[in-house]
Write a protein that binds this ligand. Structure first.
Ligand code: GLY
Length: 364
């Protein structure tokens, strides 16, 4: 097990890390003698994940527990209203420690719920999916969507601790694993100047390498968020693949054929590398080999010419923009991000058109 610090948040990562939870909770309750702790668990996965938590931390049996519907389609403030009402009825106070247990949506929503209730309760994240382990559970971004606009309501608020324990991955469906692998791949693209598609492919084929790459992602994200918590500078690089990716995710949800966040980011990275070739001198050969990897692992994301105005509209509304200009994260080379280059909507539109001409496949 490894311990990684992100300012005042401790991330426990690796096999057995959940065994540290009991001590963390006990230390908190010893320092705040009148405090209590509650668990907020993802509803749909509760039967699977809640017993794992109780086995690692039996004292939590005495805690109040809440179950939250936490799919992408439910990531709205309305979903939290009954929870907040219940918390008010149950008299949770500012010292109540909230333990969020679930995937990326649950961690985002649980952090958001804790941040706003009585102006902020302390919380711990226990991610149960690879995606949440690699990205959403650490770094202190909490969020819900507003209508179709992804993560536009939220706060910067670090959890006290994060427990990344692979015990939860044993029963995770293959599609969920693929989703998390995309965020892990993203970290390699933006942080490794020695990135190679051949080595990155091992994320999908070699469980030992996947563990190594997950740890790399967690460590490097912590290094980045320590330098730039409020995303004014280098933290923007973590959005690589997300400008196009969020638009693909929103379109798929609107069409009632949702794709996972990771699948959307995978296709988003390809589009942003395509743009990088045009705008930042990223080499065509590297783009093509990366696009082949994504096509092989994630298939293609298909949309038609008719969808392009909606996709563009999602991107124009991206919270990272200034005015009507769009700021995707581009790469001049592996590990070298360009994040403050404005791209006009017309150029984005052309990228989207170029993709449809290839029938959703990116490799030339
Ligand atoms: N998920 C990107 C970030 O935490 O900044």
């Amino acid at each position: 097990m490894k311990t990684i610090k992100d300012q005042d948040c401790t991330i426990y990562a690796g096999e057995g890390s959940l065994s540290q939870l009991q001590g963390e909770v006990a230390r908190y309750l010893a320092a705040e003698p009148d405090a209590t702790c509650v668990v907020l668990c993802e509803q749909a996965a509760a039967k699977k994940i809640f017993p794992v938590l109780l086995r690692a931390c039996p004292s939590l049996r005495r805690c109040k527990r809440y179950f939250l519907p936490a799919t992408e389609a439910q990531k709205h403030i309305e979903t939290l209203l009954p929870l907040w009402k219940q918390w008010a009825d149950d008299k949770l106070d500012r010292k109540t420690l909230v333990i969020n247990l679930g995937g990326g949506v649950l961690c985002d929503m649980g952090g958001f719920a804790a941040s706003l209730f009585k102006r902020g309760l302390p919380f711990i994240n226990i991610p149960t999916t690879l995606l949440a382990m690699a990205d959403a559970s650490a770094g202190g971004k909490t969020a819900v969507d507003l209508g179709e606009i992804k993560n536009i309501l939220g706060s910067f608020n670090r959890p006290r601790a994060v427990f990344v324990d692979p015990v939860f991955l044993k029963t995770l469906p293959a599609r969920e694993m693929l989703s998390g692998m995309a965020e892990i791949l993203k970290m390699q693209c933006i942080c490794r100047t020695d990135f190679s598609v051949q080595r990155a492919e091992k994320i999908f084929t070699d469980p030992e390498y996947l563990n190594e790459a997950l740890l790399f992602a967690i460590k490097n994200k912590a290094l980045i968020t320590q330098q730039d918590f409020k995303e004014e500078n280098i933290r923007k690089t973590l959005n690589f693949g997300h400008t196009f990716g969020h638009a693909f995710e929103a379109l798929a949800l609107r069409k009632k054929h949702p794709i996972s966040h990771g699948e959307a980011v995978a296709h988003g990275m390809v589009c942003e590398l395509y743009l990088s070739c045009r705008k930042c001198g990223f080499t065509r050969a590297r783009f093509e080999s990366f696009a082949r990897l994504i096509n092989a692992r994630y298939g293609s994301f298909t949309y038609t010419e008719k969808d392009i105005p909606a996709l563009l509209n999602y991107m124009v509304n991206d919270k990272k923009n200034k005015g009507r200009k769009i700021y995707p994260v581009l790469l001049s080379d592996w590990g070298k991000c360009v994040f403050d280059k404005a791209v006009f909507p017309l150029v984005i539109e052309k990228t989207l058109h170029d993709n449809t001409k290839k029938n959703g496949r990116y490799n030339a």
